[in-house]
Design a protein around this ligand. Structure first.
Ligand SMILES: NC(=O)c1ccc[n+]([C@@H]2O[C@H](COP(=O)([O-])OP(=O)(O)OC[C@H]3O[C@@H](n4cnc5c(N)ncnc54)[C@H](OP(=O)(O)O)[C@@H]3O)[C@@H](O)[C@H]2O)c1
Length: 221
């Protein structure tokens, strides 16, 4: 056994102790959002799931609050995020090919609500197809309605003085691994997919470890 000097042992014990937070998850009934909820609870955090369809959540946990609301309603969001430490958004349109302003409108409402309620930390899901490169341009063309909305969302998020992190993953999968590679300002090399579980882990790591403030981060397997 290695014996550490007393002050170093104390420092390491404190570093390893996780600060328990109150997190608001927007999009919690989605495939990635639900991973975020489960991982946040497993890490001991308190979670408020802000959803339009609460009946989809059957899990009961003393640290989970399920709130029915409209992700485009700033006043409802102000109420929902009172006393919270951070907001995580994993919203996405159920029909990605159709024109939609869901991401723009909900980002506008959420960021305004955060500024009103004093919650500074936002981690929000976008898409790797915004990075340059021919394959991304092809995806962006095929999903042009969704990508236009997602780009507008990113612009809103970057323009409001919050401590934001925009996570850009490639194709999301239902695989069962929690590890990811990340790179600020670019996609990790040869990263073509990522499990939704790993996206959730990245989003929570960014908040707990106070990393990637005001950065767009490429994440991949
Ligand atoms: N799919 C991919 O391969 C991929 C790749 C890169 C990035 N992304 C990004 O990842 C994000 C999330 O993906 P996902 O697969 O986890 O999404 P998902 O499973 O389709 O979940 C979407 C979530 O958004 C909610 N939502 C949709 N329309 C809404 C509305 N009008 N008002 C309120 N809530 C609404 C849904 O609520 P309900 O349950 O009530 O419908 C659900 O909670 C997307 O924005 C996408 O851009 C996806």
């Amino acid at each position: 056994m290695i014996t550490l000097p007393a002050n170093k042992a104390f420092r390491e014990a404190n570093t390893n102790r996780r600060r328990i937070m109150k997190l608001l998850v927007i999009g919690a009934t989605g495939r990635t959002g639900w991973e975020v909820v489960q991982h946040a609870l497993a890490r001991g955090h308190h979670v408020t799931a802000f959803v339009r369809s609460p009946e989809k959540i059957t899990l009961r946990n003393e640290r989970l609050i399920i709130l029915k609301g409209d992700a485009m309603d700033e006043d409802q969001l102000v109420e929902a995020m009172r006393d919270h430490d951070a907001v995580l958004s994993t919203l996405g349109p159920r029909q990605a090919f159709k024109p939609s302003s869901l991401l723009h409108d909900s980002a506008l409402a959420a960021t305004r609500a955060m500024n009103r309620s004093g919650v500074k930390r936002l981690v929000i899901l976008s898409a790797a197809a915004h990075f340059p490169g021919i394959p991304n341009r092809i995806v962006s063309f095929i999903l042009r309605n969704h990508m236009r909305d997602s780009r507008a969302m990113e612009e809103i998020v970057q323009a409001n003085g919050l401590d934001w992190t925009i996570a850009r993953p490639p194709r999301l999968t239902e695989e069962d691994y929690p590890t990811y590679r990340s790179r600020e300002g670019a996609a990790p090399k040869m990263g073509f997919s990522l499990s939704r579980k790993a996206v959730a882990v990245f989003m929570l790591d960014a908040i707990e470890q106070k990393k990637h403030f005001r950065k767009i981060v490429g994440i991949a397997k």
